[in-house]
Design a protein. Structure first.
Length: 406
């Protein structure tokens, strides 16, 4: 029987805004990714914008972590108005909206994890970005190139990273008697350490498999060629490792949300957990024995990229999208995002300069310096840039389910 995306997503509330906790794969989005990576047909469903976007308005479909509460600086600098529509960072739902929902008819810019460009390019749904038109696309650190997919032509790209980070784990250094950040510590604390046995929480979805693959590869517990696109047998090997550690009593529970991560750690039910930096930052406001790990082996590094729908060229809106992208590489944007979320931008050096020139307080400037140091240390590690889109996603999903149910 031929399956379509409509079959798989018959109960999905496409378009609803969900809490945007990065890397939390919604189950319906997982089905969408499985279908796309497996070549299942998308429903023939098209939408059109009710009216053309006014020349001075930029409509963005993007994750809420990238949106500012006040766009007045952007408006002053560019003469444009910003309309930011919050979207889930789930890659499956994003691709479904782009391919089946024709989001390019409604938005001038879209954002998602860096590897999500590939299936869109395959269907001619993206317009290349002209990097030569971005005055802030200079003096970049080397790691930026790893999440900037090149397009045909001179100085062209399918996406431009505008915020990025390196995920690791939360832990209680003093209670565990281990080094505090920024001293490096091994992922062994999560997977194979008697001090944390029975007191570790992991993500309920494939993030758990992805993080474990870093440890497995670094310690040569199994042969893994490319962490960014594991084969079926490689996924199985990582799941086998996790099942062995689960049966040994290493893990206490799985979490499904930001709030669960926070409560498990603050409530004392766990003493270490894989997780997201915003959770660590919030936990540190309530408890003085919480650290977000600098790791020996590496990180689940990710970038949110700005991409331009192909329809923008037809609307002759290329000038305003390039102006918007360039501003989101500017110091004003970098300074605000780093102090609010702790996230890097490609030009955080401009953020530091902006904060100094505009008389920001010493405490906020210190935060920017700390984010620069953190980003330089973590994003320069070889392991590994997570594309967010895997051609073999079905195996990730299957093996994660096998581990979860073991």
């Amino acid at each position: 029987m031929t399956q379509t995306m409509a079959d798989l997503l018959s109960r999905t509330e496409i378009g609803r805004v969900v809490p945007l906790h990065r890397r939390q794969f919604l189950r319906n989005g997982a089905l969408a990714l499985t279908a796309l990576s497996g070549g299942i047909a998308l429903p023939d469903r098209r939408f059109r914008a009710d009216a053309a976007t006014p020349d001075n308005v930029v409509r963005v479909l993007g994750v809420s972590t990238g949106a500012l509460t006040d766009w007045s600086e952007f408006e002053r600098a560019t003469g444009l108005k910003m309309e930011w529509t919050p979207a889930s960072d789930d890659v499956g739902l994003f691709l479904h909206d782009m391919i089946a929902g024709d989001a390019g008819e409604r938005y001038d810019l879209v954002t998602c994890l860096s590897g999500s460009f590939a299936p869109l390019v395959d269907q001619d749904l993206l317009m290349p970005i002209d990097l030569g038109r971005l005055k802030n696309w200079t003096n970049l650190q080397g790691f930026v190139s790893g999440v900037t997919p090149k397009a045909p032509g001179v100085n062209k790209a399918w996406g431009v990273p505008y915020h990025m980070n390196a995920d690791s784990f939360l832990y209680a250094p003093r209670r565990l008697g281990v080094p505090d950040a920024p001293e490096e510590i091994s992922w062994k604390l999560i997977y194979d350490d008697p001090r944390t046995k029975g007191r570790v929480a992991l993500d309920n979805e494939i993030y758990a498999l992805i993080c474990a693959s870093i440890y497995v590869k670094a310690h040569k517990l199994a042969e893994i060629d490319d962490l960014a696109n594991m084969t079926t047998s490689e996924c199985r090997s990582v799941a086998d490792f996790l099942i062995e550690r689960k049966q040994a009593g290493q893990f206490r529970t799985f979490y499904k949300s930001y709030d669960e991560q926070l409560q498990l750690l603050l409530g004392g039910e766990v003493i270490a957990e894989s997780g997201w930096e915003p959770v660590a930052r919030e936990a540190q406001r309530h408890h003085d024995d919480v650290a977000y790990a600098y790791t020996v082996e590496g990180y689940d590094k990710w970038a949110q990229n700005l991409m331009v729908p192909a329809q923008v060229a037809d609307r002759k809106s290329t000038d305003k999208v390039h102006a918007t992208i360039d501003w989101m590489l500017s110091g004003a944007y970098a300074a605000e995002l780093s102090t609010r979320e702790g996230y890097m931008t490609p030009r955080l050096d401009l953020g530091l300069t902006y904060a100094q020139e505009h008389g920001w307080g010493a405490d906020r400037i210190t935060v920017i310096r700390q984010v620069i140091d953190k980003g330089t240390a973590k994003l320069s590690k070889p392991l590994f840039w997570d594309p967010g889109y895997f051609t073999n996603f079905a195996s990730y999903h299957t093996e994660m389910a096998r581990f979860r149910n073991a």
